[in-house]
Write a protein that binds this ligand. Sequence first.
Ligand code: PMP
Length: 427
Amino acid sequence: MNSNADLLARRRAAIPRGVSVATPVFADRAENAEIWDVEGKRYIDFAGGIGVLNTGHRHPKIMKAVEAQLARFTHTAFQVMAYEPYVELAERLNALAPFKPPAKTIFFTTGAEATENAVKIARAATGRSAVIAFTGGFHGRTLLTMAMTGKVLPYKKLFAPLPPEIYHVPFPIAHYGTSVEDSLKAINFLFKADVEPGRVAAIIIEPVQGEGGFHAAPKELMQALRRICDENGILLIVDEVQSGFARTGKLFAVEHMGVEPDLVTMAKSLAGGFPLSGVTGRADVMDAAEPGGLGGTYAGSPVACAAALAVLDVIEEEKLLERSLAMGEWMQKRLAEIAARNDTLPMAGIRGLGGMVAFDLVTSRGSRDPDGQATMLVTSRALDEGLLLLSCGIYGESIRILVPLTIDDALLHEGLGKLEKALTRSP
Ligand code: PMP
């Protein structure tokens, strides 16, 4: 049998340290919301492969669809010979787009590719170059998306020069002293000091920041951004790579906000564990790029498209939107109970949009001073307890829960019990 320690040593020798290690254990097999390591230890999965597994590991319906596709063909390159699963998935997503029809959809492989291509499309459609993004936002690790990502360490350090014409404004987080008004003022300053609105192709925003700490963009901000875009011919891109696909109780988080974007990027839970990403946008905008300007050899893999079609069925049949809302409410209630105990580490800011739930660890009760060290302690204790848990946040102060929405109540309860143990102060 392979041991975790042996594999970790081999990993360290063979793989550069730039791919960070959240846990020192290695996966052997997984089923729905449980995962076992190579030494046979079981974990409840509150990480969901960073939000990829809203429908759980190896959902039987998704596996069946994938197996059927594997038996027919696995790759042609869509540009060489197209196939129906891609077309059908685009049709279904166009019908579900969170804006007025008609819509068109194109597929890629990773979240970064989707956000990068959304910018390419916006530039082609507007004939403009600049992009406005937000501090704390995460859009990927390719050169363009890294430039849009609003966090220097660890994403940008050592990788300069960054592509030009990407501007950041502050994302409003009330407890760190930034209001919606501050964000809008910053856009106004930007228009005065750095770039005229007529040169801005797009504003890109995550409706709920993922890596940045599960902070939902206030409705007033989203509505003001829509207004600024409309007044200045700018396109609004919502990056739903992490917040999409039922996580928040809607297919797309922006549906909570009463605003229609021009372009939506998606990935992660779109294909239930298979690599697939996409951009859905207004048809006129989506058709701006020249033939051959968009695509990729593996983009829109038929296997992943077959999986994604089954994901959409599962979301509907298993009522995962409703499930996300109910789970979110329950998780927040349990977390509030844990926070109220006087023998747990100081917690603050229990929050969530549907099943996209997080809280912060702080230096003392009642304070908002972030404690990233405590967060690391909790995730490592959780691992010992048999719970896979991820942190996030500007200061690494937040614990985020991305548990499969298909988890049953007993297992969710057990997982929250493990979390409670990990949060309890040592005697
Ligand atoms: N956008 C958002 C909102 C994300 O959360 C992520 C991944 N965490 C990305 C883009 C990049 O996706 P990928 O890692 O698949 O390139």
